[in-house]
Ligand binder design. Structure first.
Ligand code: ATP
Ligand code: MG
Length: 212
């Protein structure tokens, strides 16, 4: 059995065409089904539905053989035990630093003030500001980061931005680009060896589908 870990929402939707190109389809829709294990047209392949940030963990421990995870999530996880053979080029966005429209970020940084930064991406934020030599107090959040600067929880946020619409709607502005983000195929390193005959053709099919 090959188990593929996916998260609901954009990753599932954008992975479906790639699965289809690899000859894998599912009759279930995770948005309406309550099932967490979805069968596919192939008796030897199943999909499991997990939180986006849990995908690397399932694959790392071999509970899933493959998965699709955003680079944002992989950076936080660290990638231990994971082989990352392919950038699927889906769920593309940017990791950014954002502040309130009326906050003078450049001068705050120039003055060496300690910056309060709220984010779900604590590791990414720590690495980014350490590389710049900016001292920060990090505040871990689990969602709705845009709110933090508006109510005085933080000076800045580190968050994913695609269109910028949410920032704009909340009187925030992006002030720094940290990284381009897209989703990657991740594979359990042991499974790749033990189930090579089943997994390698899937990797090849994904690679061909992405290249198209
Ligand atoms: P959860 O809702 O379970 O806390 P999440 O909010 O991280 O998880 P999604 O919003 O579905 O889940 O995001 C899943 C992945 O999609 C992210 O890890 C990221 O790689 C990517 N992503 C997030 N926001 C965007 C966006 N605005 N545009 C494109 N891709 C995005
Ligand atoms: Mg979400």
């Amino acid at each position: 059995m090959i188990t593929i870990a996916l998260s609901k929402g954009r990753i599932f939707e954008e992975t479906l065409p790639l699965l289809k190109a690899a000859g894998i389809t599912t009759p279930e829709d995770p948005e309406t089904s309550r099932k967490l294990i979805l069968p596919t047209n192939r008796a030897d392949v199943r999909l499991i539905i997990v939180r986006a940030s849990d995908v690397p963990t399932y694959v790392q421990y071999g509970a899933a053989d493959l998965g699709v995870a955003g680079k944002d999530v992989l950076n936080e996880h660290g990638g231990v035990g994971l082989y990352q053979p392919l950038d699927l080029n889906i769920a593309r966005c940017r990791m950014m630093v954002a502040v309130r429209n009326d906050f003078d970020y450049d001068s705050a940084v120039r003055q060496g003030a300690r910056l309060r930064v709220a984010t779900k991406y604590v590791q990414t934020a720590r690495d980014h500001f350490a590389a710049k030599g900016v001292h920060v107090d990090l505040i871990k959040l689990y969602g709705s980061m845009e709110l933090a600067p508006l109510v005085g929880l933080s000076d800045a946020i580190v968050d994913l931005v695609s269109s910028g619409g949410t920032l704009k709607a909340n009187n925030l502005k992006a002030v720094e680009h940290i990284a381009d983000i897209s989703s990657r195929l991740v594979v359990n390193q042991a499974a790749l060896k033990l189930k090579h005959a089943a997994i390698q053709p899937m990797l090849d099919a994904f690679a061909r589908a992405v290249a198209k």
